[in-house]
Write a protein that binds this ligand. Structure first.
Ligand code: PEP
Ligand code: MN
Length: 286
């Protein structure tokens, strides 16, 4: 790992861990921020219902995918760019921050004008033109690890964003491909503390795509918090059986509510100085 000690993303090249502040929300060391929402936006009504439910449970950021990179071109591809108007509606209906996936530089201006955070999915971790393009806008970026990327490759992909001026990068571990087929991917839980040794950037975990099974999402989420993650991105749907995509790994609202309670308890024990799933916890402040 010698060559990565030279990069801006490396811990040795910054005297403090990066904390990304967006409005009242802070993402990074000492905080725990939950991003929740459906795999993809399906309708205005469902988006608003889901957003209000996850907000009530304590999520601070809504997962608002308008574009879906799907393995099959015949699967639901998402709302498309017209959905930007939906982001405006969600902003007016809730206090949630909105994060959305960007697939193409063609959509950068439109998405950056309404979303609070841009996401680069695992399939685009190596899309260097896209990485450089989001590096030139003043928006936080969630960068998901490619399913076959080493940590060094992951950090060098992040460096494409940092190197052109955007240091607000959030790394997301989303599972890697192994010989195991019971789970959709294998959650590389040790990527969390390993990345924390290597970089000052915030690290979050996606327990949904890393497991592929709603029954395993709570355990993966709690493991991520215990391993030192700074947050989670969870797929939540009011009726997962009717979800247009990834219903089998989406958790319903009661499960999400329960998980948020458990995360709050664990977060307090771990002494997070501010725990954002619920309002600031006085217990955790001490
Ligand atoms: C997603 O988060 O919508 C997604 C497709 O996940 P990934 O890019 O990690 O496969
Ligand atoms: Mn999904």
């Amino acid at each position: 790992m010698n060559r990565i000690s030279e990069i801006k993303a490396h811990k040795v090249n910054k005297d403090h861990n990066t904390i990304i502040k967006i409005g009242d929300i802070q993402i990074g060391e000492g905080y725990f921020t939950v991003i929740a929402g459906p795999c993809a936006l399906e309708s205005e009504e469902l988006a608003i219902t889901t957003a209000k439910a996850v907000e009530k449970a304590g999520a601070k950021i809504f997962r608002c995918s308008l574009f879906k990179p799907r393995t099959s071109p015949y699967s639901y591809q998402g709302y498309g760019i017209d959905g930007v108007s939906l982001l405006k509606i969600l902003h007016s209906e809730t206090d949630l921050l909105l994060e959305t996936e960007i697939l193409s530089t063609d959509h950068l201006d439109a998405l950056a004008s309404e979303a609070d955070i841009l996401r680069i999915g695992s399939r685009n971790m190596d899309n260097y033109e896209l990485l450089k393009a989001v590096g030139k806008v003043n928006k936080p970026v969630i960068l998901k690890r490619n399913m076959s990327a080493t940590l060094e490759e992951f950090l060098l992909a992040a460096e494409y964003i940092l190197s052109v001026g955007n240091e607000k990068v959030i790394l997301c571990e989303r599972g890697i491909r192994t010989f195991e087929t019971y789970t959709r991917n294998t959650l590389d839980i040790l990527a969390v503390p390993a990345l924390k040794e290597l970089t000052h950037l915030p690290v979050i975990v996606d327990p949904s795509h890393s497991t592929g099974k709603s029954s395993l999402v709570p355990a993966a989420s709690k493991a991520a918090l215990a391993a030192g993650a700074d947050g989670l991105m969870i797929e939540v749907h009011p009726d997962p059986s009717k979800s247009f995509s990834d219903g089998e790994q989406s958790i319903n609202i009661p499960t999400f509510n329960n998980l948020m309670k458990e995360l709050t308890e664990i977060g307090s024990v771990l002494g997070k100085k501010s725990f954002t799933p619920f309002l600031q916890s006085p217990l955790a402040e001490n």
